[in-house]
Design a protein around this ligand. Structure first.
Ligand code: BGC
Length: 787
């Protein structure tokens, strides 16, 4: 391996001398949903199924032939390809493969490239153990779907599962057998760039999505030629980084962890996810990658996970600057002791485990356990049966970006778009007349793909302009760029250094705006396509200012001054602070980064081919100063309810407490009315159920879909409880004028949380159930849980 960046190397060396803490956090006894801790086993769980016995025998026989060095080799994951997200790159990979010193490769795809490396392992290494091939297939492989934060906004689990299924089909046709997804980190601070990679702020919704994605990737049989192993990441709590700065510390109470942040990881594992990735962050004083409580006590013993745990990129090396050890030798022990199986790129295990065994610091048995888990992963994927199962050129030709998948991408993308405002029915637009298309993102193809765009080809992506031309060919389009995406030249340079492909217009902001205004004046309506470039969100892309970057707001103000109807089409990967835009745009459509078919999907919505039905899954603040902001907060002892002159209330002096758009918010071209919820009984018995019913009517002029949301509030508890928590939702389709009774079954399970003693229980007492169109606009009904 080689250090990629000398500055980083120096920093690592400097920091490495500062701390020698080797013994991380002691286990905390915490009861979880799964009840009693699992018994400790020295080898992964054998469920007693016949195939497990067969697998065990196969791996026993294989491991009996392996040298210690070869076992350590299995723990080594190398990167061969262009994506480099850390300070180290893998070197001499071919040689290492032939010596049996590599367990898996990531960042390599295509049947030819994969086959080449796999052949080395199969024909040139002593024991012919096949390699895993992984990749960051986050929201599509070749056919790119909307960013996960957009997918979540569809609230359409079938659509999300389908996106993962298609991704798995494409990835497996392209040589891959392992996707580094789903990312299920709850995020409540929009400054954090990686909020775009997850499903937003809510525990229940993220858990449902986690399950859908795992099912989509892994299908019913991991060994099938078109399914891949999922990897749940980033375990754990990565999305709670302090101040929204990437890789930063998280510090959180056990109760919040167990009630709010951990359930999505657990849900993904319950759905069968076969691997987990450790996160970069420190958790309550111990970095996740060296955290024995997290990786062994919780994940293995309490949750019973028996798959493989891989680190994030060089996360073991990073235990040194975290202060977990003086050098790689020391942190290799910390990570192995914690329960890590596979080392991503850092080669700390490869370099040091042998010596650690010789020195009696770690045991060969520990290495056996990790090695076995990796071999089991390979066995379950069917790689020992056929190492080339996932590298089939013919299938790649027939599968990648096929029409059926592009059509699915368009359909799914339409479901993810969120109508934030639509004054005077500005939208949908007519398919005739003239439109001024203005903004730095109008023509962008690469930005449609968003960040972590896998093996997506931006040249295949449909821009907004192209989409409009496809959907409304009779509309007269005029164009002006109007503004650069950002004015900070350093930021632009940085974005371009990481694949941004941003073309910088050298004209002054005033000149560009002047031109846009001229264009706008001559059209009937202005469609401004503004937001962020794809590199402004994602990994290492935190922003402290989450308003529209550069001179885009000035551009919108000038366009507004023309008096033409102003439609703002937003492309971005995080909630933005859009106060002026909300007050002044006539219509506003949030399109996230909508994927390969993004432009077509956006045009479908703009021109009414599809009635928008998305709802945001992360609260949009009025101001960055409100962050972190989320709907399921606690009440304070001094709630503010508009008493303007009353000083001693929980409020800001300069901005409201309320967000700009609440969680679950999104409009439609039609309107829906709700009756108050009715309950089958005003009491729920222990272990019992209640039926909650509402009538929803489509009261507008379009057929449309609505996400009916059910929230619960536990009024009095042994610990304070959130003001509302999402517990169920249903997405329904109503023809105009149609009414539907929507029924939910609420059970005692839905009322459980970690009580004052950290027992997972429902406490008897008074509750409220709320049903409505978003987390704010709801109607309530009371009930009591009796025991
Ligand atoms: C990211 C992971 C990703 C890995 C491999 C890391 O920097 O945090 O999400 O899977 O790189 O590309």
């Amino acid at each position: 391996m080689k250090m990629r960046n000398v500055t980083t190397l120096v920093l690592v060396l400097l920091l490495s001398g500062s701390c020698t803490q080797m013994n991380p956090q002691k286990p905390t006894a915490i009861a979880t949903e799964t009840g009693k801790p699992q018994p400790e086993t020295s080898t992964p769980t054998n469920t007693g199924k016949p195939q497990d016995a067969k697998m065990k025998k196969f791996i026993d026989d294989l491991m009996a032939k392996m040298t210690l060095e070869e076992k350590i080799g299995q723990l080594n994951l190398v990167s061969v390809g262009f994506t480099v997200t850390g300070p180290v790159v893998s070197e001499n990979v071919d040689e290492k493969i032939t010596k049996g010193l590599v367990g898996g490769v990531f960042n390599t795809f295509t049947p030819i490239a994969v086959r080449k490396l796999q052949e080395k392992a199969i024909s040139q290494s002593r024991l012919k153990i096949p390699l895993l091939f992984g990749y960051d297939v986050i929201h599509g492989h070749r056919t790119i779907f909307p960013m996960p934060i957009g997918l979540a906004a569809s609230w359409d689990l079938a659509a999300i599962e389908r996106s993962a299924r298609i991704s798995a089909d494409e990835a497996s046709a392209d040589g891959l057998n392992w996707v580094l997804s789903p990312m299920v980190d709850i995020a409540r601070d929009a400054r954090w760039g990686r909020i775009s990679e997850g499903s937003g702020e809510d525990t229940y919704l993220t858990s449902q999505i986690a399950k859908a994605m795992v099912h989509g990737y892994q299908g019913a049989d991991l060994a099938a030629y078109n399914t891949v192993m999922a990897c749940v990441k980033h375990f754990a709590l990565y999305g709670a980084a302090e101040a929204g700065r990437d890789y930063n510390t998280t510090d959180m109470s056990d109760r919040r962890m167990f009630d709010e942040y951990l359930p999505p990881y657990k849900a993904a594992l319950d759905a069968g996810a076969a691997s987990v990735m450790s996160s970069f962050n420190d958790i309550n004083g111990v970095p996740a990658t060296g955290n024995k409580w997290l990786m062994t006590d919780l994940l293995r013993k309490q949750w019973g996970f028996d798959g493989l745990v891989v680190t994030d990129y060089t996360a073991i090396n990073e235990l040194i600057p975290h202060g977990m050890g003086k050098n790689e030798y020391e942190v290799a022990k910390v990570a192995l002791d914690a329960g890590i199986d596979m080392d991503m790129v850092g080669e700390v295990f490869l370099q040091h485990l042998n010596q650690l065994v010789k020195d009696g610091k770690v045991t060969e048995e520990q290495i056996n356990v990790a090695c076995r888990r990796i071999l089991e992963g390979k066995y379950k994927l069917g790689l020992f049966e056929d190492p080339y199962r996932y590298a089939n050129e013919q299938r790649a030709k027939e599968t990648l970006l096929k029409k059926e998948y592009r059509d699915a991408a368009r359909d799914i993308a339409r479901r993810t778009l969120v109508l934030l405002k639509n004054q005077n029915q500005t939208l949908p637009l007519k398919k005739t007349g003239s439109i001024a298309l203005v903004g730095p993102l109008v023509k962008s193809q690469i930005d449609q793909l968003g960040n972590w765009n896998g093996a997506g080809d931006y040249k295949q992506a449909i821009s907004v302009e192209q989409g409009i031309r496809n959907v409304a060919p009779n509309v007269k389009i005029t164009y002006a760029k109007g503004a650069n995406i950002a004015s900070d030249t350093l930021m632009l340079k940085r974005l371009n250094a990481h694949g941004g492909m941003l073309e910088i217009d050298p004209r002054s902001p005033q000149e560009m705006i002047r031109e846009a205004v001229q264009v706008a004046k001559k059209a009937e309506v202005v469609v401004a396509v503004v937001g962020e470039s794809q590199g402004m969100t994602g990994e290492a892309s935190s922003r402290a200012d989450i308003t529209l970057p550069g001179h885009q707001l000035d551009l919108l103000k000038a366009l507004k001054a023309t008096g033409k109807p102003l439609v703002v089409v937003l492309m971005n990967g995080r909630p933005l602070a859009l106060e002026w835009e909300n007050d002044n745009a006539d219509a506003m459509l949030e399109t996230w980064f909508a994927g390969t078919e993004g432009g077509n999907a956006i045009a479908d919505v703009l021109f009414g081919n599809y009635n928008p039905s998305g709802k945001i899954t992360a609260t949009f603040p009025v101001s960055v100063g409100q962050l972190p902001i989320y709907y399921s907060h606690k009440a304070t002892g001094r709630p503010y309810a508009g008493q303007l002159l009353d000083k001693y209330k929980s409020r800001y002096l300069d901005v409201p407490n309320e967000p700009l758009y609440p969680f679950g918010f999104g409009l439609s071209y039609t309107s829906f009315s709700y009756t108050a919820p009715t309950l089958s009984s005003s009491t729920m018995k222990a272990g019992g159920n209640l039926t909650v019913s509402v009538q929803v009517k489509n009261t507008g002029n379009f057929d449309g879909e609505e996400v009916v949301q059910l929230y619960v509030q536990d009024l009095i508890g042994s610990v304070s409880r959130p003001v509302k928590e999402l517990k169920h939702f249903k997405k329904i389709f109503l023809k105009k004028g149609e009414t539907q009774t929507v029924t939910f079954t609420l059970s005692e399970e839905d009322l459980k949380f970690h009580d004052i003693n950290m027992n997972y229980v429902a406490e008897p007492g008074d509750f409220k159930v709320y049903v409505g169109t978003n987390s704010r606009d709801v109607q309530a009904a009371p009930f009591t849980l009796v025991k």
